[in-house]
Write a protein that binds this ligand. Structure first.
Ligand code: AMP
Ligand code: GLY
Length: 427
């Protein structure tokens, strides 16, 4: 079968790498892809936003499945337009993708179905937002309501930081129109968990647990990014906790969305805060996590393609996923300055011939081929991902590969997985 994958990040390289291994796949296209994806798929030149051009191309080049990676086209409704053309698509509808695209929609959905999230208020006016902040005090979390590439949530330890955050989102419009509304929510303590599940509208098949590091700085400090590293499994996720998450979060949302007329199809990503017995939803994403997908797919032993097709076709019931029991850990190598301003076009050296190894993969994100060189082309550049006998071993192996790779303004965190490793050392 032929598949078209849409996207260009580390998540998409991992998806392409995994799908290319499927005996079911005769041809894999990816648009626009990156320099790493070029090794496993034929790249097309359409940007993710060029939906008309993509639809036009598909009419001349029919495929059996379209897989949408990033949130932009989910929220803009590309999947609906593809379904109208009769194309099988792994992605939620536009209506269902609002679970990620609008924090207000997400919060109201949770409230209707009894799913716990932080207390919140939404504001359109700066003065009302500031008055509310002064009443609530810090710590507190200020978020742009719309899509902001993972960077729109500002965790504020002081009132001053919170007031600045409102200015940045609503006045300086750092996140563009995503900041027309601001969501101010209570600060939650605990340990974060990324809980992803495949959903076919009705049936749910959970993936292994994972955790990512959102903050740019070591010790999880500094600005939020799209993610600086991730690992799977998540030691915090016991079988008992998994069952509770399904019963208290995933099933109520999936049943509720179906009952309200927008059944969820695709991968549902619940960003959870676990604090003792309390499970609270921080966010939902309507797509695979980036970088969580990189360690998850390195561990996945099953063929991914039948799973994606089953989500698209509503036939997930009875399917299972086999996982490598070994942990996998991904270190994101980013352009210095990210998530703020950063340079592009810097030559990357020392890339290992990782396609020959099954337990170490260098997934590309912002990279491009330029003559004989691979150059940086985005904030997150590479996701170096390794399997190991323990999280500590996977970490050691990932960093050994990281240290061989260079470009001018390179940055990465040196502590990815520290919480999981501390737990390993305790047990
Ligand atoms: P979001 O984009 O809403 O997922 O937020 C991004 C990150 O900000 C989360 O992964 C958390 O690390 C942090 N965060 C968001 N909301 C809260 C909250 N209510 N309490 C504490 N941390 C939060
Ligand atoms: N790693 C967080 C996300 O994909 O949103």
């Amino acid at each position: 079968m032929k598949i078209l994958l849409i996207g260009s990040g580390g998540r998409e390289h991992a998806l392409a790498w995994k799908m290319a291994q499927s005996p079911l796949v005769s041809k894999l296209y990816c648009t626009p892809g990156n320099a790493g994806i070029a090794a496993v798929a034929e790249r097309l030149s359409f940007a993710v936003e060029e939906e008309e051009a993509i639809l036009h191309w598909l009419q001349a080049h029919p495929v059996d499945l379209v897989v949408i990676g990033p949130e932009g086209p989910l929220v803009s409704g590309l999947s609906d337009r593809l379904r109208q053309l009769g194309v099988a698509v792994f992605a939620p509808s536009q209506a269902a993708a609002a679970i990620e695209g609008s924090k207000v929609f997400m919060k109201d959905l949770c409230a209707r179905h009894g799913v716990a999230t932080a207390d919140y208020q939404v504001f359109q006016e700066v003065s009302a937002a500031l008055a509310y902040l002064r009443k609530q005090g810090a710590p507190i979390v200020v978020k742009a309501s719309g899509l902001a590439a993972g960077k729109g949530a500002i965790v504020c330890q002081t009132l001053q930081e919170a007031e600045d955050a409102v200015q940045r989102i609503m006045v300086a419009k750092e996140f563009g129109a995503a900041g027309d509304h601001v969501v101010i929510e209570g600060f939650l303590r605990g340990e974060e968990l990324s809980f992803l599940a495949l959903v076919d509208g009705e049936y749910v098949l959970p993936l292994a647990g994972s955790q990512d590091h959102k903050a740019v700085g070591e010790g999880d400090t500094g600005a939020n990014t799209g993610g600086m590293g991730a690992y799977s499994p998540a030691p915090v996720l016991t079988p008992a906790l998994e069952e509770r998450i399904l019963q208290e979060v995933i099933y109520p949302i999936v049943r509720g969305m179906a009952a309200e007329g927008y059944p969820y199809r695709g991968v549902l990503y619940a960003g959870l805060m676990i604090d003792g017995d309390a499970i609270q939803v921080l966010e939902f994403n309507a797509r695979f996590g980036d970088p969580e997908t990189q360690p998850l797919l390195l561990r996945m032993r099953s063929d991914l393609v039948p799973l994606l097709l089953a989500c698209a076709n509503g036939s997930l019931q009875g399917m299972q996923i086999a996982w490598d029991p070994r942990p996998a850990l991904c270190v994101c190598m980013v352009a210095g300055g990210y998530p703020g301003k950063y340079a592009k076009g810097q030559v990357i050296t020392g890339l290992p011939q990782s396609h020959q190894q099954s337990d170490l993969q260098v997934f590309h994100a912002g990279t491009e081929q330029q003559a004989d060189h691979i150059v940086t082309a985005g904030g997150r550049v590479l996701g170096v991902t390794a399997l190991g006998e323990s999280v500590a071993d996977a970490q050691k192996r990932a960093y050994a590969a990281v240290e061989s790779i260079h470009w001018q303004d390179l940055y990465y965190r040196r502590d990815i997985g520290y919480r999981a490793i501390a737990r390993e050392q305790q047990s």
